[in-house]
Design a binder for this molecule. Sequence first.
Ligand SMILES: Cc1cc2nc3c(=O)[nH]c(=O)nc-3n(C[C@H](O)[C@H](O)[C@H](O)COP(=O)(O)OP(=O)(O)OC[C@H]3O[C@@H](n4cnc5c(N)ncnc54)[C@H](O)[C@@H]3O)c2cc1C
Length: 469
Amino acid sequence: MSKSSTQHDKAVSEIKSLLPQSCYTDDSDIMVPFLSEWRDRWQGHTPLLLRPESTEHVSQIVKICARHKTPVMAQGGNTGLVGGQTPQGEILISTQRLNKIRSVNADDMSLVCEAGTTLVNAQNAANDIGLKFPLSLASQDACTIGGNLSTNAGGVHVLKYGTAKELCFGVEAVLPNGEIYNGLTALRKDNTGYDLSRLLLGAEGTLGIITAASLKLVAKPKEIVRVMVGLDSPEQALALLNIVRIGNHLAMFELIPRLGMSYVTAHIPNMRDPFNDIHAWYVLLDWEFDIAGQGQDFAQNVLEKAMDAGIFNDAILASNETQAENLLALREHLSASQKPIGGTIKHDITVPVSKTADFIHSANQAVTAHIPDCRPLPFGHLGDGNIHYNIGQPEGMDKAKFMALEPEINEIVYDIVDALGGSISAEHGIGILKKDQLRKRADHAKLTMMKTIKTALDPDCIMNPRLLF
Ligand SMILES: Cc1cc2nc3c(=O)[nH]c(=O)nc-3n(C[C@H](O)[C@H](O)[C@H](O)COP(=O)(O)OP(=O)(O)OC[C@H]3O[C@@H](n4cnc5c(N)ncnc54)[C@H](O)[C@@H]3O)c2cc1C
Protein backbone atom coordinates (compact mmCIF):
# COMPACT_ATOMS: atom_id res chain seq x y z
CA MET A 1 0.00 0.00 0.00
CA SER A 2 1.43 3.40 -0.96
CA LYS A 3 2.01 6.16 1.57
CA SER A 4 -0.56 8.39 -0.11
CA SER A 5 -3.29 5.75 -0.15
CA THR A 6 -2.71 5.16 3.58
CA GLN A 7 -3.07 8.91 4.10
CA HIS A 8 -6.29 8.96 2.05
CA ASP A 9 -7.67 6.02 4.07
CA LYS A 10 -6.93 7.95 7.25
CA ALA A 11 -8.73 11.01 5.87
CA VAL A 12 -11.75 8.87 4.96
CA SER A 13 -12.00 7.32 8.41
CA GLU A 14 -11.49 10.66 10.21
CA ILE A 15 -14.26 12.22 8.12
CA LYS A 16 -16.56 9.29 8.88
CA SER A 17 -16.03 9.70 12.59
CA LEU A 18 -16.62 13.46 12.35
CA LEU A 19 -19.84 13.63 10.34
CA PRO A 20 -23.30 12.29 11.18
CA GLN A 21 -23.80 9.01 9.32
CA SER A 22 -26.53 10.56 7.16
CA CYS A 23 -23.92 12.89 5.61
CA TYR A 24 -21.66 10.28 4.03
CA THR A 25 -21.88 7.04 2.12
CA ASP A 26 -19.68 4.58 0.30
CA ASP A 27 -22.69 2.56 -0.87
CA SER A 28 -22.14 2.08 -4.59
CA ASP A 29 -25.89 2.01 -5.38
CA ILE A 30 -26.45 5.42 -3.79
CA MET A 31 -23.37 6.82 -5.50
CA VAL A 32 -24.38 5.81 -9.06
CA PRO A 33 -26.07 9.09 -10.13
CA PHE A 34 -23.17 11.14 -8.75
CA LEU A 35 -20.61 9.22 -10.80
CA SER A 36 -22.12 9.45 -14.27
CA GLU A 37 -23.06 12.62 -16.10
CA TRP A 38 -25.34 14.09 -18.76
CA ARG A 39 -23.04 13.52 -21.73
CA ASP A 40 -22.35 9.85 -20.82
CA ARG A 41 -18.73 10.62 -21.47
CA TRP A 42 -17.14 10.25 -18.05
CA GLN A 43 -17.68 7.53 -15.47
CA GLY A 44 -16.30 8.31 -12.03
CA HIS A 45 -15.26 6.57 -8.83
CA THR A 46 -14.76 7.82 -5.30
CA PRO A 47 -13.94 6.25 -1.93
CA LEU A 48 -16.55 8.44 -0.22
CA LEU A 49 -19.54 10.58 -1.14
CA LEU A 50 -20.15 13.42 1.33
CA ARG A 51 -23.34 15.45 1.65
CA PRO A 52 -22.49 18.07 4.27
CA GLU A 53 -25.30 20.11 5.80
CA SER A 54 -23.39 23.23 6.84
CA THR A 55 -20.42 25.39 5.92
CA GLU A 56 -18.82 24.26 9.18
CA HIS A 57 -19.06 20.63 7.99
CA VAL A 58 -17.32 21.54 4.72
CA SER A 59 -14.61 23.38 6.60
CA GLN A 60 -13.94 20.42 8.90
CA ILE A 61 -13.84 18.00 5.95
CA VAL A 62 -11.38 20.15 4.04
CA LYS A 63 -9.17 20.62 7.11
CA ILE A 64 -8.86 16.84 7.41
CA CYS A 65 -8.16 16.48 3.68
CA ALA A 66 -5.57 19.26 3.80
CA ARG A 67 -3.79 17.57 6.70
CA HIS A 68 -3.61 14.27 4.81
CA LYS A 69 -3.06 15.87 1.38
CA THR A 70 -6.16 14.04 0.19
CA PRO A 71 -7.82 15.35 -2.97
CA VAL A 72 -11.47 16.48 -2.95
CA MET A 73 -13.91 17.38 -5.68
CA ALA A 74 -17.01 19.58 -5.39
CA GLN A 75 -20.23 18.64 -7.14
CA GLY A 76 -23.40 20.71 -7.44
CA GLY A 77 -26.19 19.66 -9.78
CA ASN A 78 -23.90 17.44 -11.89
CA THR A 79 -24.92 19.16 -15.14
CA GLY A 80 -21.42 20.34 -16.08
CA LEU A 81 -20.36 19.50 -19.63
CA VAL A 82 -16.55 19.38 -19.35
CA GLY A 83 -16.00 16.51 -16.90
CA GLY A 84 -15.18 18.78 -13.96
CA GLN A 85 -17.59 17.24 -11.46
CA THR A 86 -16.88 13.54 -12.03
CA PRO A 87 -14.37 12.23 -9.47
CA GLN A 88 -11.57 9.87 -10.41
CA GLY A 89 -10.63 8.80 -6.90
CA GLU A 90 -11.13 12.16 -5.17
CA ILE A 91 -13.46 12.37 -2.16
CA LEU A 92 -16.67 13.79 -3.59
CA ILE A 93 -18.36 16.67 -1.75
CA SER A 94 -21.91 17.16 -2.99
CA THR A 95 -23.53 20.49 -2.09
CA GLN A 96 -26.99 18.94 -2.50
CA ARG A 97 -27.94 19.57 1.16
CA LEU A 98 -26.54 23.10 1.35
CA ASN A 99 -29.74 24.36 -0.16
CA LYS A 100 -31.20 27.05 2.10
CA ILE A 101 -32.19 30.53 1.03
CA ARG A 102 -30.59 32.47 3.89
CA SER A 103 -32.05 35.91 3.19
CA VAL A 104 -33.64 38.11 0.56
CA ASN A 105 -33.59 41.90 0.62
CA ALA A 106 -35.76 43.89 -1.78
CA ASP A 107 -34.12 47.22 -0.85
CA ASP A 108 -30.61 45.96 -1.58
CA MET A 109 -31.95 43.84 -4.45
CA SER A 110 -29.94 40.92 -3.08
CA LEU A 111 -30.43 37.28 -2.18
CA VAL A 112 -28.14 35.10 -0.09
CA CYS A 113 -28.46 31.38 -0.69
CA GLU A 114 -26.39 28.29 -0.05
CA ALA A 115 -24.34 26.83 -2.86
CA GLY A 116 -26.52 23.78 -3.46
CA THR A 117 -29.65 25.85 -4.09
CA THR A 118 -30.87 25.01 -7.56
CA LEU A 119 -30.95 27.87 -10.02
CA VAL A 120 -34.71 27.55 -10.35
CA ASN A 121 -35.16 27.83 -6.57
CA ALA A 122 -33.04 30.99 -6.50
CA GLN A 123 -35.14 32.41 -9.35
CA ASN A 124 -38.34 31.54 -7.45
CA ALA A 125 -37.09 33.16 -4.23
CA ALA A 126 -36.35 36.36 -6.14
CA ASN A 127 -39.75 36.19 -7.79
CA ASP A 128 -41.43 35.89 -4.37
CA ILE A 129 -40.26 39.42 -3.48
CA GLY A 130 -41.20 40.84 -6.88
CA LEU A 131 -37.67 40.77 -8.31
CA LYS A 132 -35.79 38.59 -10.76
CA PHE A 133 -32.55 36.60 -10.77
CA PRO A 134 -31.90 36.72 -14.50
CA LEU A 135 -29.47 33.83 -15.02
CA SER A 136 -31.33 31.36 -17.24
CA LEU A 137 -30.09 27.97 -18.47
CA ALA A 138 -31.87 24.94 -19.91
CA SER A 139 -30.43 22.95 -16.98
CA GLN A 140 -31.85 25.29 -14.32
CA ASP A 141 -34.03 22.71 -12.56
CA ALA A 142 -30.90 20.75 -11.62
CA CYS A 143 -27.85 23.01 -11.74
CA THR A 144 -26.88 24.86 -8.57
CA ILE A 145 -25.77 28.37 -7.72
CA GLY A 146 -22.37 27.02 -6.58
CA GLY A 147 -21.92 25.25 -9.93
CA ASN A 148 -23.15 28.29 -11.87
CA LEU A 149 -20.66 30.57 -10.14
CA SER A 150 -17.78 28.11 -10.33
CA THR A 151 -18.27 27.68 -14.07
CA ASN A 152 -19.28 31.32 -14.61
CA ALA A 153 -22.35 30.05 -16.44
CA GLY A 154 -23.88 32.03 -19.28
CA GLY A 155 -27.21 31.04 -20.79
CA VAL A 156 -29.72 32.92 -22.87
CA HIS A 157 -29.77 36.32 -21.12
CA VAL A 158 -26.08 37.22 -21.15
CA LEU A 159 -26.45 39.98 -23.70
CA LYS A 160 -28.63 41.95 -21.25
CA TYR A 161 -27.56 40.79 -17.78
CA GLY A 162 -24.06 39.33 -18.18
CA THR A 163 -22.70 35.96 -17.03
CA ALA A 164 -23.05 34.48 -13.52
CA LYS A 165 -19.95 36.40 -12.39
CA GLU A 166 -21.68 39.71 -13.04
CA LEU A 167 -24.73 38.63 -11.03
CA CYS A 168 -22.86 37.99 -7.80
CA PHE A 169 -21.87 40.42 -5.02
CA GLY A 170 -19.62 37.90 -3.32
CA VAL A 171 -19.34 34.39 -1.93
CA GLU A 172 -18.71 32.44 1.23
CA ALA A 173 -16.22 29.66 0.57
CA VAL A 174 -14.06 27.07 2.24
CA LEU A 175 -10.48 27.60 1.12
CA PRO A 176 -7.99 24.75 0.51
CA ASN A 177 -6.66 25.00 4.10
CA GLY A 178 -10.20 24.63 5.48
CA GLU A 179 -10.55 28.27 6.50
CA ILE A 180 -13.93 29.90 5.83
CA TYR A 181 -13.81 33.05 3.72
CA ASN A 182 -16.84 35.31 4.22
CA GLY A 183 -17.45 37.55 1.23
CA LEU A 184 -21.24 37.64 1.58
CA THR A 185 -21.75 41.32 0.98
CA ALA A 186 -24.44 43.34 -0.77
CA LEU A 187 -22.07 46.22 -1.48
CA ARG A 188 -22.09 47.66 -4.97
CA LYS A 189 -18.79 49.41 -4.27
CA ASP A 190 -15.96 47.91 -2.21
CA ASN A 191 -12.38 48.78 -3.10
CA THR A 192 -10.43 47.06 -0.36
CA GLY A 193 -7.70 45.26 -2.22
CA TYR A 194 -7.85 41.98 -4.11
CA ASP A 195 -11.35 40.68 -4.73
CA LEU A 196 -11.16 37.09 -3.50
CA SER A 197 -14.78 36.34 -4.39
CA ARG A 198 -14.15 37.14 -8.04
CA LEU A 199 -11.08 34.93 -8.02
CA LEU A 200 -13.29 32.01 -7.02
CA LEU A 201 -15.89 32.76 -9.72
CA GLY A 202 -15.10 30.72 -12.81
CA ALA A 203 -12.31 28.86 -10.97
CA GLU A 204 -14.16 25.53 -11.39
CA GLY A 205 -13.65 24.58 -7.76
CA THR A 206 -9.84 24.65 -7.98
CA LEU A 207 -9.36 27.43 -5.41
CA GLY A 208 -12.10 26.70 -2.88
CA ILE A 209 -15.55 25.27 -2.34
CA ILE A 210 -18.26 27.90 -2.54
CA THR A 211 -20.74 27.30 0.29
CA ALA A 212 -23.03 30.32 -0.17
CA ALA A 213 -23.41 33.33 -2.43
CA SER A 214 -24.88 36.81 -2.34
CA LEU A 215 -26.67 37.31 -5.66
CA LYS A 216 -27.65 40.49 -7.49
CA LEU A 217 -31.33 40.77 -8.35
CA VAL A 218 -32.88 42.99 -10.99
CA ALA A 219 -36.30 44.54 -11.51
CA LYS A 220 -38.81 42.19 -13.09
CA PRO A 221 -39.75 43.29 -16.60
CA LYS A 222 -43.40 44.31 -16.83
CA GLU A 223 -43.78 42.86 -20.30
CA ILE A 224 -41.84 40.31 -22.36
CA VAL A 225 -42.36 39.90 -26.10
CA ARG A 226 -41.04 36.73 -27.72
CA VAL A 227 -40.58 36.32 -31.46
CA MET A 228 -39.31 33.55 -33.72
CA VAL A 229 -38.06 34.55 -37.13
CA GLY A 230 -37.24 32.40 -40.17
CA LEU A 231 -34.34 33.59 -42.34
CA ASP A 232 -31.81 32.51 -44.96
CA SER A 233 -28.35 32.93 -43.44
CA PRO A 234 -26.29 33.79 -40.35
CA GLU A 235 -25.50 37.12 -42.09
CA GLN A 236 -29.21 37.92 -42.05
CA ALA A 237 -29.30 37.00 -38.37
CA LEU A 238 -26.52 39.53 -37.71
CA ALA A 239 -28.33 42.19 -39.73
CA LEU A 240 -31.47 41.44 -37.70
CA LEU A 241 -29.50 41.75 -34.45
CA ASN A 242 -28.41 45.25 -35.44
CA ILE A 243 -32.03 46.29 -35.83
CA VAL A 244 -33.69 44.50 -32.91
CA ARG A 245 -31.22 45.68 -30.27
CA ILE A 246 -32.26 49.31 -30.72
CA GLY A 247 -33.85 50.70 -27.55
CA ASN A 248 -31.97 48.39 -25.16
CA HIS A 249 -34.90 45.99 -24.75
CA LEU A 250 -33.22 42.93 -26.26
CA ALA A 251 -32.70 40.18 -23.64
CA MET A 252 -32.28 37.03 -25.77
CA PHE A 253 -31.10 36.37 -29.33
CA GLU A 254 -30.64 32.68 -30.14
CA LEU A 255 -29.74 31.05 -33.45
CA ILE A 256 -31.20 27.70 -34.56
CA PRO A 257 -30.29 26.01 -37.86
CA ARG A 258 -32.80 24.01 -39.89
CA LEU A 259 -31.04 20.76 -38.96
CA GLY A 260 -31.60 21.58 -35.27
CA MET A 261 -35.28 22.34 -35.82
CA SER A 262 -35.68 19.03 -37.67
CA TYR A 263 -33.97 17.06 -34.84
CA VAL A 264 -36.11 18.69 -32.13
CA THR A 265 -39.38 18.09 -33.97
CA ALA A 266 -38.37 14.51 -34.87
CA HIS A 267 -36.82 13.37 -31.58
CA ILE A 268 -38.57 15.28 -28.78
CA PRO A 269 -42.22 14.43 -28.02
CA ASN A 270 -44.84 17.16 -28.58
CA MET A 271 -42.50 19.54 -30.42
CA ARG A 272 -43.70 20.92 -33.72
CA ASP A 273 -42.31 23.33 -36.30
CA PRO A 274 -44.12 26.64 -35.70
CA PHE A 275 -43.82 27.69 -39.37
CA ASN A 276 -45.63 26.26 -42.40
CA ASP A 277 -42.60 26.87 -44.61
CA ILE A 278 -39.12 25.52 -44.10
CA HIS A 279 -36.40 28.10 -43.33
CA ALA A 280 -32.64 27.60 -43.43
CA TRP A 281 -32.15 29.41 -40.10
CA TYR A 282 -34.27 30.62 -37.19
CA VAL A 283 -33.75 33.29 -34.56
CA LEU A 284 -35.57 33.25 -31.23
CA LEU A 285 -35.56 36.60 -29.46
CA ASP A 286 -37.01 38.28 -26.37
CA TRP A 287 -37.60 41.95 -25.76
CA GLU A 288 -38.19 43.08 -22.17
CA PHE A 289 -40.03 46.26 -21.17
CA ASP A 290 -40.09 48.18 -17.87
CA ILE A 291 -43.53 49.59 -18.63
CA ALA A 292 -46.40 47.29 -19.58
CA GLY A 293 -48.22 47.89 -22.85
CA GLN A 294 -45.23 49.04 -24.91
CA GLY A 295 -44.16 45.71 -26.31
CA GLN A 296 -46.58 44.89 -29.11
CA ASP A 297 -46.25 48.26 -30.89
CA PHE A 298 -42.48 48.22 -30.51
CA ALA A 299 -42.30 44.68 -31.90
CA GLN A 300 -44.56 45.47 -34.87
CA ASN A 301 -42.49 48.55 -35.77
CA VAL A 302 -39.12 46.85 -35.51
CA LEU A 303 -40.22 43.73 -37.36
CA GLU A 304 -41.72 45.81 -40.17
CA LYS A 305 -38.46 47.68 -40.50
CA ALA A 306 -36.50 44.43 -40.70
CA MET A 307 -38.95 42.91 -43.18
CA ASP A 308 -38.79 46.01 -45.40
CA ALA A 309 -35.01 45.66 -45.39
CA GLY A 310 -35.45 42.08 -46.66
CA ILE A 311 -33.78 40.64 -43.58
CA PHE A 312 -36.18 37.81 -42.81
CA ASN A 313 -38.83 35.72 -44.51
CA ASP A 314 -41.38 35.03 -41.81
CA ALA A 315 -41.97 35.79 -38.12
CA ILE A 316 -44.16 34.52 -35.30
CA LEU A 317 -44.95 36.86 -32.45
CA ALA A 318 -46.00 34.79 -29.42
CA SER A 319 -49.54 35.81 -28.55
CA ASN A 320 -49.72 34.16 -25.12
CA GLU A 321 -47.53 32.56 -22.47
CA THR A 322 -48.06 29.00 -23.73
CA GLN A 323 -46.97 29.92 -27.23
CA ALA A 324 -43.95 31.76 -25.82
CA GLU A 325 -42.99 28.70 -23.76
CA ASN A 326 -43.41 26.40 -26.75
CA LEU A 327 -41.07 28.55 -28.84
CA LEU A 328 -38.44 28.54 -26.08
CA ALA A 329 -38.80 24.76 -25.69
CA LEU A 330 -37.66 24.32 -29.30
CA ARG A 331 -34.41 26.06 -28.40
CA GLU A 332 -33.98 24.37 -25.03
CA HIS A 333 -34.32 20.85 -26.44
CA LEU A 334 -31.66 21.33 -29.11
CA SER A 335 -28.96 19.56 -27.09
CA ALA A 336 -31.12 16.61 -26.05
CA SER A 337 -32.47 16.19 -29.60
CA GLN A 338 -28.99 15.40 -30.91
CA LYS A 339 -28.52 12.32 -28.73
CA PRO A 340 -30.35 9.86 -31.05
CA ILE A 341 -28.14 10.67 -34.07
CA GLY A 342 -25.12 8.91 -32.54
CA GLY A 343 -21.72 10.50 -31.95
CA THR A 344 -21.47 14.28 -31.67
CA ILE A 345 -18.26 16.27 -31.32
CA LYS A 346 -19.13 19.40 -29.34
CA HIS A 347 -17.58 22.84 -29.03
CA ASP A 348 -18.64 25.80 -26.91
CA ILE A 349 -16.80 28.66 -28.56
CA THR A 350 -17.05 32.42 -28.65
CA VAL A 351 -15.92 34.98 -31.21
CA PRO A 352 -16.66 38.69 -31.50
CA VAL A 353 -20.36 38.97 -32.42
CA SER A 354 -19.45 40.50 -35.80
CA LYS A 355 -17.42 37.35 -36.67
CA THR A 356 -20.07 34.73 -35.85
CA ALA A 357 -21.21 34.26 -39.46
CA ASP A 358 -17.56 34.01 -40.64
CA PHE A 359 -16.94 31.39 -37.98
CA ILE A 360 -19.95 29.30 -38.97
CA HIS A 361 -19.09 29.30 -42.69
CA SER A 362 -15.36 28.67 -42.20
CA ALA A 363 -15.92 25.88 -39.70
CA ASN A 364 -18.64 24.20 -41.78
CA GLN A 365 -16.41 24.26 -44.84
CA ALA A 366 -13.37 22.94 -42.99
CA VAL A 367 -15.04 20.10 -41.09
CA THR A 368 -17.05 18.86 -44.07
CA ALA A 369 -13.87 18.87 -46.16
CA HIS A 370 -12.24 16.73 -43.46
CA ILE A 371 -15.20 14.38 -42.86
CA PRO A 372 -17.55 14.38 -45.84
CA ASP A 373 -21.20 13.86 -44.82
CA CYS A 374 -20.64 14.88 -41.22
CA ARG A 375 -23.48 17.05 -39.89
CA PRO A 376 -22.40 20.40 -38.41
CA LEU A 377 -25.00 22.03 -36.18
CA PRO A 378 -24.05 25.56 -35.09
CA PHE A 379 -26.56 26.99 -32.63
CA GLY A 380 -26.97 29.10 -29.55
CA HIS A 381 -26.26 32.52 -28.18
CA LEU A 382 -25.45 34.47 -31.36
CA GLY A 383 -26.39 37.72 -29.60
CA ASP A 384 -23.33 37.47 -27.34
CA GLY A 385 -21.00 35.72 -29.83
CA ASN A 386 -21.26 32.25 -28.25
CA ILE A 387 -21.87 29.43 -30.74
CA HIS A 388 -22.35 25.82 -29.68
CA TYR A 389 -20.67 24.14 -32.61
CA ASN A 390 -21.67 20.48 -32.64
CA ILE A 391 -20.75 18.07 -35.40
CA GLY A 392 -22.87 14.95 -35.78
CA GLN A 393 -21.46 11.75 -37.21
CA PRO A 394 -22.25 10.85 -40.84
CA GLU A 395 -25.29 8.58 -41.01
CA GLY A 396 -24.28 4.94 -40.78
CA MET A 397 -20.70 5.63 -39.64
CA ASP A 398 -19.40 3.71 -36.64
CA LYS A 399 -19.74 5.98 -33.58
CA ALA A 400 -16.39 5.03 -32.06
CA LYS A 401 -14.58 5.64 -35.36
CA PHE A 402 -16.18 9.06 -35.63
CA MET A 403 -15.39 10.03 -32.04
CA ALA A 404 -11.76 8.98 -32.59
CA LEU A 405 -11.55 11.91 -35.02
CA GLU A 406 -12.32 14.39 -32.23
CA PRO A 407 -8.74 15.58 -31.62
CA GLU A 408 -8.16 16.51 -35.26
CA ILE A 409 -11.60 18.13 -35.57
CA ASN A 410 -10.89 20.15 -32.44
CA GLU A 411 -7.66 21.46 -33.97
CA ILE A 412 -9.52 22.54 -37.10
CA VAL A 413 -12.30 24.29 -35.19
CA TYR A 414 -10.08 25.94 -32.57
CA ASP A 415 -7.60 27.19 -35.21
CA ILE A 416 -10.50 29.05 -36.82
CA VAL A 417 -11.60 30.38 -33.42
CA ASP A 418 -8.06 31.62 -32.71
CA ALA A 419 -7.79 33.25 -36.13
CA LEU A 420 -11.02 35.17 -35.45
CA GLY A 421 -9.87 36.36 -32.01
CA GLY A 422 -12.20 34.04 -30.11
CA SER A 423 -12.06 31.70 -27.11
CA ILE A 424 -12.22 27.89 -26.92
CA SER A 425 -14.60 28.05 -23.95
CA ALA A 426 -17.45 30.53 -23.83
CA GLU A 427 -19.48 29.31 -20.87
CA HIS A 428 -18.93 25.64 -20.03
CA GLY A 429 -15.38 26.01 -18.71
CA ILE A 430 -12.22 23.96 -19.20
CA GLY A 431 -12.73 21.03 -16.82
CA ILE A 432 -10.68 18.10 -18.01
CA LEU A 433 -12.09 18.23 -21.53
CA LYS A 434 -10.20 21.27 -22.75
CA LYS A 435 -7.13 21.46 -20.57
CA ASP A 436 -4.78 20.35 -23.36
CA GLN A 437 -6.19 23.06 -25.59
CA LEU A 438 -5.87 25.64 -22.81
CA ARG A 439 -2.23 24.69 -22.32
CA LYS A 440 -1.64 24.97 -26.05
CA ARG A 441 -3.55 28.15 -26.80
CA ALA A 442 -3.73 30.33 -23.66
CA ASP A 443 -1.61 33.41 -23.28
CA HIS A 444 1.65 32.29 -21.66
CA ALA A 445 1.68 35.00 -18.98
CA LYS A 446 -1.93 34.24 -18.06
CA LEU A 447 -1.24 30.52 -17.67
CA THR A 448 1.87 31.16 -15.57
CA MET A 449 -0.06 33.54 -13.30
CA MET A 450 -2.96 31.08 -12.97
CA LYS A 451 -0.52 28.35 -11.85
CA THR A 452 1.12 30.76 -9.40
CA ILE A 453 -2.26 31.60 -7.86
CA LYS A 454 -3.23 27.92 -7.66
CA THR A 455 0.02 27.02 -5.92
CA ALA A 456 -0.26 29.93 -3.49
CA LEU A 457 -3.80 29.07 -2.41
CA ASP A 458 -3.65 25.29 -2.73
CA PRO A 459 0.01 24.27 -2.34
CA ASP A 460 -0.78 20.55 -2.06
CA CYS A 461 -3.20 20.71 -4.96
CA ILE A 462 -6.10 19.02 -3.17
CA MET A 463 -9.01 20.95 -4.71
CA ASN A 464 -10.27 19.57 -8.03
CA PRO A 465 -6.64 18.65 -8.73
CA ARG A 466 -7.09 17.32 -12.28
CA LEU A 467 -8.87 20.39 -13.66
CA LEU A 468 -7.64 23.32 -15.74
CA PHE A 469 -3.90 22.54 -15.89
C1 LIG B 1 -29.22 20.57 -20.97
C2 LIG B 1 -28.10 21.45 -20.50
C3 LIG B 1 -28.10 22.79 -20.86
C4 LIG B 1 -27.07 23.63 -20.44
N1 LIG B 1 -27.09 24.95 -20.81
C5 LIG B 1 -26.11 25.76 -20.40
C6 LIG B 1 -26.10 27.14 -20.78
O1 LIG B 1 -26.96 27.63 -21.52
N2 LIG B 1 -25.11 27.92 -20.31
C7 LIG B 1 -24.12 27.43 -19.50
O2 LIG B 1 -23.25 28.18 -19.09
N3 LIG B 1 -24.09 26.12 -19.14
C8 LIG B 1 -25.05 25.29 -19.57
N4 LIG B 1 -25.02 23.97 -19.20
C9 LIG B 1 -23.90 23.46 -18.38
C10 LIG B 1 -24.16 23.42 -16.86
O3 LIG B 1 -25.54 23.39 -16.56
C11 LIG B 1 -23.48 24.62 -16.18
O4 LIG B 1 -22.08 24.51 -16.33
C12 LIG B 1 -23.81 24.76 -14.69
O5 LIG B 1 -23.33 26.01 -14.25
C13 LIG B 1 -23.21 23.66 -13.83
O6 LIG B 1 -23.82 23.71 -12.55
P1 LIG B 1 -23.90 22.41 -11.62
O7 LIG B 1 -24.46 22.80 -10.32
O8 LIG B 1 -24.60 21.32 -12.33
O9 LIG B 1 -22.36 22.09 -11.45
P2 LIG B 1 -21.62 20.68 -11.52
O10 LIG B 1 -21.84 20.06 -12.85
O11 LIG B 1 -21.94 19.86 -10.36
O12 LIG B 1 -20.10 21.17 -11.42
C14 LIG B 1 -19.52 21.95 -12.43
C15 LIG B 1 -18.14 22.43 -11.96
O13 LIG B 1 -18.28 23.33 -10.86
C16 LIG B 1 -17.62 22.81 -9.69
N5 LIG B 1 -18.49 23.11 -8.55
C17 LIG B 1 -19.79 22.77 -8.40
N6 LIG B 1 -20.26 23.28 -7.24
C18 LIG B 1 -19.23 23.94 -6.66
C19 LIG B 1 -19.07 24.67 -5.45
N7 LIG B 1 -20.09 24.82 -4.61
N8 LIG B 1 -17.87 25.21 -5.18
C20 LIG B 1 -16.82 25.07 -6.03
N9 LIG B 1 -16.91 24.38 -7.18
C21 LIG B 1 -18.10 23.83 -7.50
C22 LIG B 1 -17.46 21.31 -9.95
O14 LIG B 1 -16.36 20.78 -9.24
C23 LIG B 1 -17.25 21.30 -11.46
O15 LIG B 1 -15.92 21.61 -11.76
C24 LIG B 1 -26.03 23.11 -19.63
C25 LIG B 1 -26.04 21.76 -19.26
C26 LIG B 1 -27.06 20.94 -19.68
C27 LIG B 1 -27.05 19.50 -19.25
